[in-house]
Design a protein around this ligand. Structure first.
Ligand code: NAG
Ligand code: NAG
Ligand code: NAG
Ligand code: NAG
Ligand code: NAG
Length: 397
C-alpha cells in the first residue's frame, strides 16, 4: 500500500493550506487553528458542511430519505434493545456526540451515516428498534437498521448474543415501507420517493474478518477463504436484489475495512507490523468479489445505481500516512479497554483520551469519528474512493 501511494509532500502542503483557508469561512463554528483534524462541529448546517467539505457553494441535494444497513460500523442504537454483549451505550462512547451522549454508536461521535445525513440536510436516521409506534408508521426521512456483531451470514450468536443479520434488517425495512406506503398519494409517488432515497450499507466485516477464523464457528475447517468469501458475496448479491425489488435504486455500499489494522488485532497478536496481513488479505479477497459484483448488478437492474465505497483504502492510507490526515495514533484505542489495554471494548465510565479525533480508533475495534468523516469526505469527491461515481454525483442523480 505504501509504495503505491503517490501523493507528494508538496501536494499535501498545498491541500493542507487550502483546507485551513476554507475553515475560516465556517464562521459559525469554532475550530482550533492549525489543527489538521478535519471533523466539522456537531451542530453544522447542510450549507456550512458542504462548504467545510469544499464541495462548493451551489450544490443542493434532493434526497428524501437515508436508509442504513450494516454492522457496528453504522449501528446507532439497535443493539441497545437486544440481549447482547455488543453494546456501546455507556460512556465514554459518544464523548464527542453533541454534549457527550452515549447512543449505541461504537465511536466517539458521528458515524459515516450521520455525516451523509448532515450533507443532505436530513436528521440522523433513528435506530429502527427504538421507533415509537407513531414514528414507525410515519417516518419519511429514513431509518437505521444497523446492528453490531451481525453480518450477511453471521448471526453473531456464537459470542455476543443476538443481533440483526442482514436478512432481518431487510425484513424490517419491508415493514417500514409497508407502513409508509399509505402516507403517499399513489404508487408512483411512493416509487419516486424510494428511487431518490439513499440506501447506505456497510456489512460483511463480521462474516469475513471475524467469524471466518473464530474457533467458535468452525468455518475455516469447512471452507477456504475464497470459498467463504464467495458464499457471503452470493448471499449479499441476493439481498441487494431483494432491496431493488422493494423499490431501492440508489446504493452506496462500503467494502470491508482493513480489519487487520484494528488495535485488537495488532496488539492482540503482538505484531510488530502496522497491520495483521492475514486478516487484511481475507478482506481483500472479499472486496475483490464485491467490486466485480456491483457493476454487474447495476447493468442487470434497470435504473439502479451501485456505488462502491473503498473504506479499506481510506483506512490503509491513514495507517500508512497518519499525519497527512491529522491522525497521530493508529495503534492504540482512545478509550481504555475492559482489560486495561487496547484489545477489548471500552471499559465503562473511564475517561477516554483527550484527543479522540487524532486517534484512528476510538475503541479497539472501531474507527474514530475523524475516520468516519474522512471516509465521507473522500467518498464525496474522489471517484477512486467511491466508484464509478463519487457520492456527490450519486446524491445528485
Ligand atoms: C446554482 O445552481 C443553479 C442550478 O444548478 C444555477 O441555475 C445557478 O446559476 C447556479 N448559481 C451560481 C451562482 O452558480
Ligand atoms: C413497526 O410496524 C410493524 C407493522 O405494523 C410491526 O410489525 C413492527 O413490530 C413495528 N416495529 C416497531 C419497532 O415498532
Ligand atoms: C467444531 O468442530 C469440532 C470438531 O469437529 C466440534 O467438536 C465442535 O462442536 C464444532 N463447533 C461448532 C460450533 O460447530
Ligand atoms: C492485554 O490484556 C490481556 C488481559 O489482561 C492480556 O492477556 C494481554 O497480554 C494484554 N495485551 C497486551 C498487549 O498488553
Ligand atoms: C491530554 O492528556 C495528556 C496525557 O494523556 C496530558 O499530558 C495532557 O496535558 C492532556 N491535555 C489536555 C489539554 O488536557
Amino acid at each position: 500500500m505504501v509504495s503505491s501511494h503517490t501523493t507528494s509532500l508538496l501536494g499535501f502542503f498545498v491541500l493542507f493550506n487550502l483546507f485551513l483557508g476554507n475553515l475560516q469561512d465556517v464562521a459559525s463554528s469554532k475550530i482550533p487553528s492549525g489543527d489538521p483534524t478535519v471533523v466539522p462541529p456537531f451542530h453544522v448546517s447542510e450549507k456550512d458542511l458542504l462548504k467545510f467539505m469544499q464541495l462548493g457553494d451551489n450544490i443542493s441535494f434532493h434526497v428524501p430519505a437515508l436508509y442504513v444497513f450494516g454492522d457496528s460500523t453504522v449501528d446507532n442504537g439497535n443493539n441497545n434493545f437486544l440481549v447482547s454483549q455488543a453494546k456501546a451505550n455507556y460512556p465514554p462512547y459518544g464523548v464527542d456526540f453533541d454534549t457527550g451522549i452515549p447512543t449505541g454508536r461504537y465511536t466517539n461521535g458521528r458515524n459515516e451515516a450521520d455525516f451523509i445525513a448532515q450533507m443532505v440536510g436530513l436528521p440522523f436516521p433513528p435506530p429502527y428498534l427504538g421507533l415509537s409506534d407513531s414514528k414507525n408508521k410515519t417516518i419519511r426521512t429514513g431509518v437505521n437498521y444497523g446492528s453490531g456483531g451481525c453480518g450477511v451470514l453471521s448471526t453473531g450468536k456464537s459470542f455476543l448474543g443476538t443481533c440483526l443479520p442482514f436478512y432481518k434488517q431487510i425484513h424490517y425495512f419491508e415493514t417500514t415501507l409497508n407502513n409508509l406506503k399509505s402516507e403517499f398519494n399513489d404508487d408512483k409517488a411512493f416509487a419516486y420517493y424510494l428511487s431518490k432515497s439513499l440506501i447506505f450499507i456497510d456489512i460483511g466485516n463480521v462474516d469475513v474478518s471475524n467469524d471466518y477464523n473464530d474457533p467458535a464457528t468452525n468455518i475455516s475447517s469447512k471452507y477456504t477463504v475464497r470459498q467463504y468469501a464467495r458464499l457471503v458475496s452470493k448471499e449479499f448479491s441476493k439481498s441487494l436484489k431483494k432491496l431493488y425489488r422493494l423499490g431501492a435504486r440508489k446504493f452506496l455500499v462500503n467494502n470491508l475495512g482493513a480489519m487487520g489494522c484494528i488495535p485488537a488485532q495488532v496488539n492482540g497478536q503482538k505484531q510488530n507490523t502496522l497491520c495483521v496481513e492475514e486478516t487484511n488479505d481475507r478482506a481483500v479477497i472479499y472486496n475483490d468479489l464485491l467490486s466485480r459484483m456491483l457493476p454487474k448488478l447495476q447493468s442487470r437492474l434497470a435504473g439502479s445505481k451501485f456505488v462502491l465505497g473503498d473504506a479499506y483504502k481510506v483506512l490503509m492510507d491513514i495507517v500508512a500516512f497518519p499525519t497527512q490526515y491529522g491522525i497521530s495514533n493508529t495503534r492504540n484505542s482512545c478509550c481504555i479497554g475492559i482489560n486495561g489495554n487496547s484489545t477489548l471494548p471500552c471499559a465503562p465510565n473511564m475517561k477516554s483520551c483527550n484527543n479522540s479525533n487524532q486517534h484512528a480508533f476510538f475503541d479497539s475495534f472501531h474507527q474514530s469519528e475523524a475516520v468516519h468523516f474522512l471516509i465521507t469526505k473522500r467518498c464525496s469527491k474522489e471517484s477512486s474512493i467511491c466508484s464509478p461515481i463519487n457520492l456527490v454525483d450519486l446524491l445528485k442523480a
